[in-house]
Design a protein around this ligand. Sequence first.
Ligand code: ZN
Length: 198
Amino acid sequence: MMILPEPLDKLMQAFGKLPGLGRRSAQRAVLHLLTDKSAMEIFCQLLQEAQEKIEVCACCGNISSQNPCHICADEKRQLKSICVIEGVADLWAMEKAQAFEGRYFILGGVMNMMAGVTAEKLNIPKLVEQVKQNNIEEVILALSASVDGQATAQYIAESLEGVDVNVTTLAKGIPMGADVDYMDEGTLSLALRGRQKF
Ligand SMILES: [Zn+2]
């Protein structure tokens, strides 16, 4: 059996734990860095810089070089809508679409009792507080269509019962450019139920 030097073994294990990187990809990335000293130096420097300069926004959970983040600090954004999303990548996707001018609330995942992900861990009580304190008029639940995602959306909607706020969710249906005959029954049925006047 091949025995790797301990630092190398530890590095590969650490890389292998990153999302989207399996054992083989981790091995490739580590070998590349070890054979290219300047790439390794830049990588270490950038990691350290990110650790020092990037912080989590206390209002919305976004990651930014300032706190509150540039979105929460932007006075041009409207204050009456909060879009609830699972992660920072969702915020980037929404911002890229340039279709939303309100603010966000990042949960950091969806509820999963088996894995110990509770409403408290996702800051849902903080979200409810923000909605009440800032007189928010609309909470848009933009969570994934998975069982856990929808259960979380349901939990948030129930937590906001009795609060004077309009709780909405993203429309579900056929993606742009897709053919109807390629749609699964669930998507097609949701699209049909959510039909609008032409
Ligand atoms: Zn923020």
